[in-house]
Write a protein that binds this ligand. Sequence first.
Ligand code: 3PG
Length: 394
Amino acid sequence: MTDMSLVNTKVFFRADLNVPCDENGQISDDTRIKASLPGISAAINQGAAVMIASHLGRPTEGRFDSRYSLAPIANAISSRLGQEVKLIKDWFGGFNVRPGEVVLLENCRFNVGEKENDERLSQKIANLCDVYVNDAFASAHRKEASTHGVAKYAKTVCAGPLMTKEVLALSKALENPTAPLVAVVGGSKVSTKLPVLNRLAESVDHLILGGGIANTFLLSQGNSIGRSLAEKPMVQQAAEIFNRIVQKGGTCPLPSDVVVSKKLEKTAIAVEKQMGELDPDDLILDIGPDTINKFKDILKEAGTIVWNGPVGVFELNQFSKGTKALAKAVEESEAFSIAGGGDTIAAINKFSISQLDYISTAGGAFLEFLEGRTLPAIEILNFRAGGEPADLKG
Ligand code: 3PG
């Protein structure tokens, strides 16, 4: 977007302003709004009339529901830009926006046909503008009318600065990483991250695992894990991933000591134990101090670090030491470091981590990028730029 002239053009700017809101409708984390502002400001400064669009949550199409209204987001953008940002409820009822002005179109998921990537809706959106800008990396895995269909029909299409920054940072880490490449993958289930683990197994030098995922891998290596969360049906797959990494000369270090409790609750008592000392009713809820040190040594030597997922129940302080220590180690490392995913961003915020090379704004899209999947919203932009043919069907 910043390479082209936008003077006197009508710009449709698809951002991802899908931010968490509390029960009173107040925005509880404005990271995505802040991340979208450079692109919005650049379009205004280039003399465009700017229409911003985004989804919020997953409302029912065709029905206005105030819980999913972008009204609080219009106010937030307005106060950050220092100029009026009108909220336009009816996208197709005719509205005015002049060069240098900006409006926010109401939640795009109220439009019938958005999710289905409806052709007619996509054409109608394209007719609103001269230039379609997609700056919504966090929605790039969604093939919807405002992320994909419109890009087929708009006169001119381009990527916004946030989209560009995200794709460059992730590509740098995954396509041409400085060795050694260390991935930290936490979270509860192997099954939901299996494609990511399989892809990383091909490229990592060290795969550090935590959370329920590590428990399943511990099981696959013959450890007793008490009553801890694990997926027994995934044990075989975990063993295969472990062996593949080791056969390639890499490592998949598993926890040698852990923090356990008998229950997962706010007041649970945390006890450090070596693996091999667990009672049948113990729950593993964090990694232990020896393991933290072992993982920190690996992170210190890394050339590139990719981090997705906490290694313990970091929401409870007594089980947060492992995730906090690893987050700090990633921050202090000289490596090119990127992190992303919903839980990871929550941990980064909780522990005030700021010195990573790149913190993605995306959850699902970050994971799909790590999996090596083609993201439809990026594919269509590439196609319009003369790249590989995209799947143009709805
Ligand atoms: C996200 O939060 O991951 C994106 O905004 C996409 O939201 P969705 O999963 O509701 O499509």
